[in-house]
Design a protein around this ligand. Structure first.
Ligand code: ADP
Length: 507
């Protein structure tokens, strides 16, 4: 009998932390997951407790390893994938975070970003990072912590603090509390990393007033990052990949060829299109970012994001208490035959690509006395498909040709009604893998690649299971009418000036 090899993927997402064991043929063997508490200290602020993230990480890894031991399976390597941009600063001596993790959705620095956002700075940032000045990326969050936590700036300048996205923070703790590394995909989301020469950039560091000493060293996404420290788990395991979650999903979906595109519908939705070895600059407000870096060779992608995708469904469940579970949104959407003129623009934290409007806030259009739960649930799901259309259109313009199909994954794509509607609105074939854990699969694959279980990037194509395909079935006139109504709703929303945040906070 041929012995199988096993890989542990740690997927530290925005709403949960998961450990998944894959065998070397890409089959998912064991999964443990722990929900992550979100902290909302003020309007527009979103934090998480780094100790919660750490404890959940240890718990899910221990459980999976214990099941592996019971089944006699030996885990060869670990791959880490993580929510990107979320920012932690910790004391290098004690390993204690000096503030909560500031989550990518957090908008507290929107004023600071607005102040820096003149045309010279925007040009500089866009040329070097492929990004735009926006609170969503790590740099302004780091500056905020340095300016607002007592003694932080002084300690940072004295070399006593470390900054990391979640990959770095977990690596520090998983190894022997002195390994300070990240990978190029995570670095490319900080606003401090030059994606052309693959180095932290002095001009950007001085723009954000961040001392270079707090930054991790940047490695390939496939690298030997360290070995888990002795005593933490029953055995010590090598860590052979770290990669941002969206990039991991693109790999898990085998988007390794020029023009291949995937969309992950989790808390937010992220669409990535592989653009090969040269960075392509979008003319349509999309971002240029690293897809992966292997053997020192960067591959680039264009990215568009919807800030609130599954988060809108979470809001229906936890905020409005309109549904008992996320899956109930499907039953409700199915129960009516049209949207009855209701459009929701879920700009809870502003609008992402291609609008990049951080002051806009959400709205519901077309309310009547007949509007009920079904209409609101359906409009919420529809909104995510219209926003996807806006981004795909921009990607097609950048690519100069229409897209043929879209690979999808993420929690929201369990909803069949949503996926069919997405195919209708995009008017293209949508492919959903049978295993939705493509993010974890991508991280596991990269760890396997680095540790020699696979020989080349193309091997990922053999690990993927067959997709379920959804084809468009909608009248073209109706589709165009829905898109025109959506466009109208977004335009009306951007004309509305919400109250200044500081006034709202006083209440
Ligand atoms: P993340 O990795 O960002 O934590 P996941 O990929 O785990 O996100 O997806 C979770 C999100 O998907 C939640 O925001 C949830 O509201 C949404 N979701 C889960 N199931 C469904 C469903 N059946 N219909 C619509 N949304 C769903």
């Amino acid at each position: 009998m041929i012995e199988k090899n096993y890989i542990l993927a740690l997927d530290q997402g925005t709403t949960s932390t998961r450990a998944i064991i894959f065998d070397d043929s890409g089959s998912q063997i064991i999964t443990y997951q722990k929900e992550l508490k979100q902290i909302f200290p003020q309007l527009d602020w979103v934090e998480q407790d780094p100790e919660d993230i750490w404890n959940a990480t240890v718990e899910v890894i221990r459980k999976t390893l214990s099941d592996c031991a019971d089944l006699g399976l030996k885990v060869n390597t670990i791959g880490i994938t993580n929510q990107r941009e979320t920012t932690v600063l910790w004391d290098k001596k004690t390993g204690e975070p000096i503030y909560n993790a500031i989550v990518w959705q957090d908008q507290r620095t929107s004023k600071a970003c607005e102040n820096l956002s003149n045309s010279d700075n925007e040009k500089l940032v866009s040329k070097k990072t492929g990004l735009t000045i926006n609170p969503y990326f790590s740099a302004s969050k780091i500056s905020w912590i340095l300016d607002n936590v007592s003694g932080a700036r002084k300690n940072a300048e004295a070399g006593r603090l470390a900054f990391g996205t979640i990959d770095s923070f977990l690596l520090w703790r998983l190894t022997d509390d002195k390994v300070h590394l990240t990978d190029a995909t995570n670095a490319s989301r900080t606003l401090l990393f030059n994606i052309h020469n693959q180095k932290w950039d002095e001009d950007l560091l001085s723009l954000w007033r961040i001392p270079v000493s707090i930054l991790p060293e940047v490695r390939d996404s496939t690298s030997f990052f360290g070995t888990t420290k002795s005593g933490l788990f029953d055995c010590q395991i090598k860590i052979n990949s770290m990669v941002g979650d969206q990039q991991a999903a693109a790999i898990g979906q085998a988007c390794i060829k020029y023009g291949a595109i995937k969309a992950t519908y989790g808390t937010g939705c992220f669409l990535l299109m592989n653009t090969g070895e040269k960075p392509k600059i979008s003319k349509k407000g999309l971002l240029t970012t690293l897809a992966y870096r292997i053997n020192g060779k960067p591959t680039y992608s264009i990215e568009g994001s919807i800030f609130s995708a599954g988060a809108t469904i979470q809001w229906l469940r936890d905020g409005l208490k309109l549904i008992g579970s996320a899956s109930e949104s499907e039953e409700l959407a199915k129960s009516i035959s049209s949207n009855k003129g209701i459009y929701i623009v879920p700009a809870f934290t502003g609008l992402g690509a291609p609008y990049w409007n951080s002051v806009a806030r959400g709205a519901i259009f077309g309310l009547t006395l007949e509007t009920g739960r079904a209409e609101i649930a359906r409009a919420s799901l529809e909104a995510v498909t219209y926003q996807s259309y806006d981004i795909i259109k921009a990607m097609e313009d950048d690519l100069g040709q229409p897209l043929q199909s879209l690979q999808i994954d993420g929690g929201m794509t369990e909803n069949d009604w949503f996926v069919q509607y997405l195919s209708n609105i995009l008017s293209i074939k949508v492919a959903r893998p049978r295993i939705l854990e493509t993010t974890a699969l991508g991280a596991a694959f990269l760890a396997g690649l680095d540790s020699g279980l696979y020989s080349k990037l193309e091997d990922i194509e053999n690990l993927r299971k067959k997709d379920r395909l959804f084809y468009p079935s909608i009248d073209e006139t109706e589709r165009l009418k829905l898109l025109a109504d959506w466009k109208d709703a977004v335009q009306k929303l951007t004309m509305f000036k919400p109250l200044q945040n500081k006034n709202l906070n006083k209440e």
